[in-house]
Write a protein that binds this ligand. Sequence first.
Ligand SMILES: Cc1ncc(C[n+]2csc(CCOP(=O)(O)OP(=O)(O)O)c2C)c(N)n1
Ligand SMILES: [Mg+2]
Length: 789
Amino acid sequence: MTTNSLTPEGLRRIDAYWRAANYLAVGQIYLYDNPLLRRPLALTDVKHMLLGHWGTTPGQNFIYAHLNRVIKKYDLDMIYVSGPGHGGPAVVGNTYLEGTYSEIYPNISQDEAGLRKLFLQFSFPGGIPSHASPECPGSIHEGGELGYSLSHSFGAVFDNPDLVVACVIGDGEAETGPLATAWHSNKFLDPVTDGAVLPILHLNGYKISNPTILARIEHEELEQLLRGYGWTPYFVEGHEPELMHEAMAATLDTVVERIRQIQQDARAHGNLMRPRWPMIVLNSPKGWTGPKVVDGLQVEGTFRAHQVPISDPATHPGHLELLEDWLRSYRPGELFDERGRLKPELADLAPKGERRMGANPHANGGMLLRDLRMPDFRDYAEDVPAPGTRGIGDTHVLGRFLRDVETLNGEQRNFRVFGPDETLSNGLEALFETTERQWDAATVPNDEFLAPTGRVMEMLSEHQCEGWLEGYLLTGRHGLFNCYEAFIHIIDSMFNQHAKWLKVTAQLPWRRKIASLNYLLASHVWRQDHNGFTHQDPGFIDHVVNKKAEVVRVYLPPDANCLLSVMDHCLRSRHYVNVVIAGKHPAPQWLSMDAAVKHCTEGIGIWQWASNDQGVPPDVVMGCCGDVPTLETLAAVSILREHLPGLKIRVVNVVDLMKLQPHSEHPHGLSDTDFDELFTRDKPVIFAFHAYPWLIHRLTYRRTNHDNIHVRGYKEEGTITTPFDMTVLNEMDRFHLVMDTIDRLPQTGERGVYLKQQLKDKLVEHKQYIDAHGEDMPEIRNWKWDTPG
Ligand SMILES: Cc1ncc(C[n+]2csc(CCOP(=O)(O)OP(=O)(O)O)c2C)c(N)n1
Ligand SMILES: [Mg+2]
């Protein structure tokens, strides 16, 4: 095959560049010393622990070298996402060859000493991980947990019209749910205002020890699959380097020109047809150019090439020679000069400056991050003349604020709201007064709020929403993920990975901080009136608090003004994961905006207007955290104050959950003195909590008064029922809270016993009433806080 893309000299050089990258990869996996093989390889030159993944690496090196060529040819603004990020030696080696690695890590210099360190540090104690980890310049995607490369890539190009993300997808990775559905991202991309993703399916045939599905279906079937997902696949297939270089170069020219043409058609000629974007299928052997046969078994082109193809030479006769032959097959003497530097004619193949994929600022998003223009959240306040004023539903109030955040940043185009088909359902309908949902597929009459330029991203895949948002944040923008509380668990593991990324990058001075990942969990456990048990699960925060305290924040604002204050803070914050849980149903409002700002700034506090222990030690502390627990607690307090007026009650509300942890464990944590002052050292604490009660114990177990803290929360009791009955089923309702209090206060004496009996009767009445009427008793529905005189 002859093409115009590569001259014979160009082919020779690109092959040499590829060999250099492959040499660096094998060096990283194996070499302790003798980095340029200036002397025969000795056992002492080989690392004791051989770690790393060879199999994917030569293919990724091949792709990287060819991308460098088109970046230069077309002056592309391109970054590289390594789906099988276990090919760390490829991205590390390539960023070293292009010079970015040594600029960031001067000790890994471009000479023999630097090469030696480059090899030594890989998968070595105190060195670098074997993935496209945060330490690696140019990476926004570690690729440790497989499946998210394509959604990250799309997130990166939204609102980045000049950016192209080359996304290498492992054929094994392509079997994961998130990746399989990510192909659909092309229905959301606007060719005018967004950039382009070039997926490169790395069809090397194998995973760790299995073939891949996509490699074992017929060519036509694979092609149909990809076309069915709306892509135009271009196949580059084979194993002979020369032919493959030519094919890859020609194909890359074709696809880059096609991307440009699509963009120009849309941008200059107003073509609004949904394009069929090009993609590449690279069908090449796993472990390409590596050892063909080891110990009598085929390695190249099989699953055996996945990790370290030649095992410990110290205990395997013949392996040292095999390894040396393998390393020398790349002819390092032709690639590196006397000092150990890549020869200038090869170094010249890499793009320059910020066009190098390792130096592209999009891959260090904090460098591009601009503050959001923020409206004053106080302007959206609910009017709360007295505690207990009925509100319209807290997230509906927040929606107006988010609408104006969106509007104010319309020109910067750096704020988006993501959600799996729930933005309306979660009460954020005000957003659609200013924008639509981004949608590039067909529309029909009666569709609502769909447009190619919409700024709300909705696809019924929590994985996509999370992956898109992460990609958007990692490239220096801002956003919010709104989700049903129960189903956010779907992305537990993606949250893990992002939190790990934040932890590691926070310690890398050259990585700038990015905007926080903000979750709004509306439609929460207590109000799933029409959905029932499947939709009742408040466990995400149990999972979140496992992560590093420097990274995670959890907020449970009790009303709309608190929610506004909290969200304003979250949207301004950097490098955190903020979880905010809020209700969408009409609910009582407790704090004026002024009071809410104070309360949220402190994160926890005594609600003096609800307490009557001023000047004396309380008999009981009523703690509450979450909107529904706060309502039930205040209702319980009103019963207690009416029936047992001599009791001294203190109400403590928690907005910022991490206040409960000791300060030594979390930067927000209260000091022991402050905690003891709020919760006392020895009085009973009846604590109503939004989620599983054990979390409160976990956070407070070291506090002085822990033995006296009694927590009511969600105990996995649920069904379709009335809002109040949900609290009854879980014994977090006002009546149980009062009974709990009486049980712990013997001084309530006979009056307490009588009250308890009345409340038990009430619970029976409640059951009978809801069975008969299908709604809560009027005294529950119409209950209103009335500050006792
Ligand atoms: C979600 C997830 N499951 C399992 C693994 C363990 N794992 C690491 S590599 C690998 C095989 C990957 O195969 P493929 O995507 O084809 O990559 P390549 O062949 O390029 O190495 C697996 C299963 C993982 N990293 N992530
Ligand atoms: Mg594979």
